[in-house]
Design a protein around this ligand. Structure first.
Ligand SMILES: Nc1ncnc2c1ncn2[C@@H]1O[C@H](COP(=O)(O)OP(=O)(O)OP(=O)(O)O)[C@@H](O)[C@H]1O
Ligand SMILES: [Mg+2]
Length: 233
């Protein structure tokens, strides 16, 4: 469904991605794990068109999307939940969600809101509450809900567990699984490698702008190097 081939991205003279290649199969949850500064967020931003590629290519459903503006990439079916949620604090929950549907107009808005409220009953109860007054976990749910409002076929999730208590993390991960079961493919970036490997079928490990290992999550979980570096064992 998604293929990155030899992707290079730089910030000035800092090479953030040095030839990243990865594939996401339709229907899968794929994890991308790695330490701080490895280039995980940059990888997602190279897919969603936020950061331009210096070279390499991004192909989605058989068509090259590298070089397209972000709004066009959203229209083609890719939606990103940014690191740190980035919800609109001064807008209500409902208004935040409506922003996610902005590119697709008002058509079916009530239906789409209904689907998000079904996944996140908490958001339904708080639909008139300002985004900035939500708890961290609720803000993460709102950020995911907002991304779903554009009805993506591929969801890019950047560190959904960041700063959340373990019990909230498992709740969020359960919902990610549910979203995937509804037919949405997921590329999940996580520093919480343990939780990510448990959820994903396949995983990629990134270090300083390169993919250093990939395979089935169950195999990576047993790898001594991975255990030591990422699973705290
Ligand atoms: N806007 C920017 N300007 C300059 N350098 C940047 C910028 N954004 C990221 N970088 C650099 O690019 C590299 C990759 O950063 P990136 O944010 O993609 O890593 P990450 O794996 O998402 O890290 P984290 O786990 O901390 O979120 C880092 O060395 C970072 O300092
Ligand atoms: Mg990041």
């Amino acid at each position: 469904m998604l293929d990155l081939a030899g992707v290079f991205v730089s910030y000035g003279n800092i090479e953030a991605l040095k030839g990243v290649s990865l594939s996401v199969e339709q229907g899968a949850i794929v994890a991308l794990v790695g330490a701080n500064g490895a280039g995980k967020s940059t990888t997602l931003m190279s897919i969603s068109g936020i950061e331009p590629l210096q070279s390499g290519s991004v192909t989605f459903e058989g068509k090259a999307i590298s070089g397209l503006p972000t709004h066009e990439i959203v229209k083609r079916g890719i939606s990103q939940v940014p690191e740190g949620r980035r919800i609109f604090p001064g807008m209500t929950v409902r208004e935040n969600l409506e922003m996610g549907a902005f590119l697709k107009g008002k058509k079916d808005l009530v239906h789409k809101l209904g689907r998000v409220y079904e996944l996140f009953p908490t958001l339904s109860e708080r639909r008139k509450q300002l985004g900035g007054t939500l708890s961290g976990g609720e803000q993460q749910m709102l950020a995911i809900g907002r991304a779903l409002m554009s009805e993506p076929r591929l969801l890019l999730l950047d560190e959904p567990s960041l700063g959340l208590a373990p019990i909230i993390v498992s709740k969020i991960f359960k919902i990610v699984k549910e979203i995937n079961e509804q037919g949405i493919t997921v590329l999940l970036v996580e520093q919480n490698a343990k939780a990510a490997l448990r959820l994903a079928r396949n995983a990629y490990v990134m270090e300083t702008g390169k993919i250093v290992m990939h395979g089935e999550s169950s195999a990576l979980e047993k790898d001594p190097g991975i255990k030591k570096a990422y699973l705290g064992e």
